[in-house]
Write a protein that binds this ligand. Sequence first.
Ligand SMILES: C[S@@+](CC[C@H](N)C(=O)[O-])C[C@H]1O[C@@H](n2cnc3c(N)ncnc32)[C@H](O)[C@@H]1O
Length: 259
Amino acid sequence: MLNKTKLIDEINNIDDVQEHILSPQLNTQQQCDYLHHLFSKFVNSEPTTKLLDVGCGYGRHALILSEFNYDITGVDLSESAISRAESKLEGRANPTFIVDNIASFKSDTLFDGAYAHNSVLCYVDSELAPTVLQNISDHLKPKGIFIFDYYYPINLLAQGDYLHDIEHASSFEGIDLSINIKNSIDTEVQQHTSDIHYLLKTQDQEKSFTLKDTLHYWEPEEMHEMLLNNGFSRVLLVDRETKQAISPTTKGILVLAEK
Ligand SMILES: C[S@@+](CC[C@H](N)C(=O)[O-])C[C@H]1O[C@@H](n2cnc3c(N)ncnc32)[C@H](O)[C@@H]1O
């Protein structure tokens, strides 16, 4: 049975809330299925395919994908995310997790492919993005594939659908969650910022925390050029949701880049 007191003590950030309460498990599975679909189509390496999970967080994709024929290395700047990822290994040798900055990460391994899910690149200092892309390319085998996505709020803004204030309330097995988000966007520096306040309540306990997320975004043409200038030879950008061409309703971009 779920121990609510223990769970509420363990919840420390948005990833925890998402995992336990907003439940994107299905979503994680869908993302992994899609990554698997793409990697098996574009990368053909025997006996195992080596993948680099860039900004792996607590390893939710690496842990699922390693059950396919992938040998995965997850890299993340956050020590707490990596120790949480490692705690889920339960003795398995694959995936492996490393605390490092992807801008300066060095490994002797050349990977068949790399992925960075959930806008990882947007969290990296925007001046460092070219260095990060070049470093990822340097760690790929010839024709290796890099797949990543990023939030693109500009169309929402253009259509008047960009939400400055979001209130969300939900309940999960006796834990009430309310989320209050204040979004802002600075089109000069291409940055979207969210101030997010979480309040979790059970009958006898309460926990709140506030996070500030700042995400850089790129125009599709800009991203295309940056990839071509930093180690990639072919680039395809599509709508993250529909997997079709980018359109005025695109809210997130999925990128496939070949070394
Ligand atoms: C939105 S989270 C996504 C985590 C994971 N990919 C997922 O989908 O669950 C962004 C992650 O990027 C990591 N990150 C940001 N900058 C980084 C850098 N320079 N090097 C390595 N990781 C970085 C953060 O620590 C965070 O775990």
